[in-house]
Design a protein around this ligand. Structure first.
Ligand code: HDE
Length: 733
């Protein structure tokens, strides 16, 4: 697809100025496909929905200027009626989301394993639309809830839409779709009082989890820092289920999908997440929007783990079990292509809200497995859109339309858009020459992989799904010490909010099955003891219908003790692109040191904001005017990745005496962020509680040579956080 570059002003080379937000953008098959459905009112007259020009949209039609209002006023009625029906039901899960457009390109042909054309042709740039989401909260809830993140990608391929509807964690809470409504009812706000919003820290969630040992592995992920990402751009994505690739010869293999962020995987601290939720509940949405708007396009590499069909039973776990991952040390992740998000939506509702993903949207070369969670999802996604989008024609909404033509004998229904010509809407037919016709596999028709199945009908769980703890333990053992501490703290926080002591105790028994040390630390925080005879306790407490096989205490040891790929401590740390740096300053600031550091950070792709006691301009020691981006009143350290204090006698004296400036630094220190200061600004650091520790503290850099200081500071920002600072475990702010 030829690329048309569009300039900052939103003009492309053909002079079309419609519907483009800022930033350099590219046209592709999907932007062209959306174009006829977009509208731009710039310079246009206002009209009714029938196209009648409106003369007065501010006053209703009245009998005399003091009323009453006349029923005749069709303009008033149309405007109010449309408004009355503006809302549609939010998604039952993943209600809160943020979307973006982009493109995907495969590095090398994957034809040996899949015939999917978009994975075969290195010249094809496939348009994508991505929606990231939290799971439990409502549409207006905070971005920083401790939660799983949805990571749904639609590829608009030349063979139809392919949706990879994944999460930022590679496993799931349950093994069978029939339990999904129970899981979601348990995590959503409690039904009597609708409390709490966007939080799992309450009785019904942990009641369900404590009775559902298969959730152990996912609980380790959900209580880890993965659940509080620094940015949607800094999360991994996973297809979760094992899918199937099929090549042109009909040979199948198993595949797990991954997304690897090129900025690395980073998180925030839990106390920081809670503060961000108050300071900027749209933190992730804004961060994604701003990055794309400024041209810092987020990128991920698509990864695949491929398992030949004959190796299906080679593993200690069942490939069909969605509570298990394939450790990367056993089957390496091959990076096969790159996705770049390069355009913000024009309209949130029309695109991000109305997009309807479905993992049943596949293309030839990609097929399903019998994972019982996957199988249930195949039903749910279309079904839910019928209520959410109001009928069976939701595929005709512009964001959902494929870039290829749609022809079939489906007709009518609410809000039908397509005007189908001809007399026939059935097949076989002779009147219409039997069109539209079916395609053979050679013509690109989708042919289901002919997997052999021979079995009796049963309502049962395979015994190969009964090991619930080995990978939970593998995950925990693979974490760095700070990551382990965060899991302990998260569990202590969450279970601390649970009122029923028996639920807390049952959770301790479950945790003890994963790691006794972890269970002991959480028990200490809760002021409880781990129940004795753990296995028996579990079996006694878990009702037979929750654990029909009595397998709650089955222990299997993974032969792999550690998987470094599971720890965020091992992520790439080579860039400060889009990281936000605060410079604290006041009148009399040394503009030289401020400007040198600012330029150095910006040269590496970082974003700098000057924060001062008041908005407007600062006057530097050399009488230079410096623009202030935020006042100390409006800013907060939790919205930044790092902080710098330049010199300048008056500036330093003002900041030292400003409680908000000192708090800013204390909080940045508490959240283990890099802090830099000019030697002349030592006074400000001395006003903080951490000043005594400066000498030994990694990530706190003081110096008078600004060039050298900037270099060290940039290296520190690349590290993201200095979690070791938490060793004493209690840092005030
Ligand atoms: Fe979903 N899920 N899910 N899910 N899911 C929905 O579909 C469902 C599951 C995921 O940004 C719903 O359009 C069932 C796993 C994402 O629009 C609904 C089961 C994974 C999104 C639904 C699961 C996901 C959804 C609600 C168990 C990771 C948001 C609105 C069998 C692999 C997509 C909608 C977007 C949304 C059902 C489990 C990911 C109700 C029944 C596992 C990212 O259909």
């Amino acid at each position: 697809m030829a690329q048309k570059e569009i300039t900052k002003k939103g003009k492309d080379t053909t002079g079309d100025t419609k519907n483009l937000n800022k930033g350099v953008q590219h046209s592709n098959a999907k932007t062209e496909n959306l174009a006829p459905h977009t509208a731009d009112s710039t310079g246009e007259f206002m009209t009714t929905n029938t196209g009648l020009k409106i003369n007065d949209d501010q006053n209703s039609l009245k009998a005399g200027d003091r009323g009453a209002t006349l029923l005749e006023d069709f303009i008033l009625r149309e405007k109010i009626t449309h408004f009355d029906h503006e809302r549609i039901p939010e998604r039952v899960v993943h209600a809160r989301g943020s979307g973006a457009h982009g493109v995907f390109k495969v590095y090398e042909s994957l034809a040996t394993v899949t015939k999917a054309l978009f994975l075969n042709d290195t010249a094809t740039e496939t348009p994508v639309f991505v929606r990231f989401s939290t799971v439990a909260g409502s549409k207006g809830s905070t971005d920083l809830a401790r939660d799983v993140r949805g990571f749904a990608v639609r590829f608009y391929t030349q063979e139809g839409n392919f949706d990879l509807v994944g999460n930022n964690m590679p496993v799931f809470f349950i093994q069978d779709a029939i339990k999904f409504p129970d899981l979601i009812h348990a995590v959503k706000p409690e039904p009597d009082n609708e409390i709490p919003q966007a939080a799992s820290a309450h009785d019904t969630f942990w009641d369900f989890i404590s009775l559902t040992p298969e959730s152990s592995h996912m609980i380790m992920w959900a209580m880890s820092d993965r659940a509080i990402p620094r940015s949607l751009r800094m999360m991994e994505g996973f297809g979760v289920h094992t899918f199937r690739f099929v090549n042109a010869q009909g040979v199948a293999s198993f595949v797990k999908f991954h997304w690897k962020p090129l900025l690395g995987i980073h998180s925030v601290a839990w106390s920081e997440a809670q503060a961000i939720s108050g300071k900027d509940p749209d933190f992730h949405r804004r961060d994604l929007w701003d990055a794309i708007d400024s041209g810092a396009f987020p990128e991920w590499e698509l990864g695949v783990q491929i398992v030949p069909e004959e190796d299906e039973f080679k593993f200690e776990f069942d490939l069909l079990d969605p509570t298990k991952l394939i450790p990367e040390e056993l089957v390496p992740v091959q990076r096969v292509g790159k996705m770049t998000l390069n355009r913000n939506p024009d309209n949130f509702f029309a695109e991000t809200e109305q997009v309807a993903f479905h993992l049943g949207h596949v293309v030839p070369g990609i097929d399903f497995t019998n994972d019982p969670l996957l199988q249930g999802r195949l039903f749910s996604y279309t079904d839910t859109q019928l209520t959410r989008l109001g009928g069976p024609n939701f595929q005709e909404i512009p964001i959902n339309r494929p870039v290829v033509q749609v022809h079939n004998n489906q007709r009518d229904g609410h809000m039908r858009q397509t005007i189908n010509k001809g007399k026939t809407s059935y097949g076989p037919n002779s009147i219409g020459a039997n069109d539209p016709r079916q395609a053979t596999a050679a013509e690109g028709g989708f042919v289901t992989y002919p997997e052999r199945i021979s079995a009796g009908k049963v309502r049962a769980r395979s015994k190969s799904f009964f090991d619930h703890f080995s990978q939970a333990r593998l995950f925990f053992n693979s974490q760095s010490d700070p990551e382990k501490n965060h899991i302990t703290d998260a569990l202590s926080f969450e279970l601390g909010k649970v009122k029923a002591v028996d639920i807390r105790e049952r959770m301790l028994a479950l945790l003890a099955q994963i790691d006794k040390g972890l269970a002991a630390e959480v028990a200490y925080a809760l002021g409880l003891h781990i129940p004795e005879n753990i296995g028996e306790q579990l079996n006694q407490n878990i009702p037979a219908d929750a654990d029909p096989a009595g397998y709650a205490s089955i222990q299997v040891e993974s032969s792999l003790l550690k998987s470094p790929a599971l720890s965020m401590a091992d992520t790439i740390k080579d860039s400060i692109k889009t990281r936000k740096v605060a410079i604290l300053a006041a009148d009399g600031v040394d503009d030289k040191s401020l400007n040198i550091l600012k330029a150095a950070v910006e040269a590496e792709g970082g974003v700098v904001e000057v924060i001062a006691p008041r908005l407007g301009f600062l006057t530097s020691v050399n009488d230079e005017e410096i623009n202030v981006d935020e006042s100390l009143l409006g800013a907060a350290s939790v919205l930044f990745d790092a902080v710098y204090v330049p010199g300048g006698t008056n500036s330093v004296a003002t900041l030292e005496a400003d409680a908000d400036a000192v708090h800013f630094l204390n909080e940045a220190f508490k959240h283990c962020k890099p802090i830099a200061a000019d030697s002349d600004a030592m006074q400000v650091l001395e006003a903080t509680y951490f000043s005594k520790k400066i000498e030994n503290d990694e990530g706190v850099i003081v110096g008078s040579d600004t060039d050298a200081l900037a270099k060290a500071f940039i290296n520190a920002i690349k590290q993201h956080r200095f979690w070791e600072r938490e060793k004493p475990r209690k840092i005030p702010a």
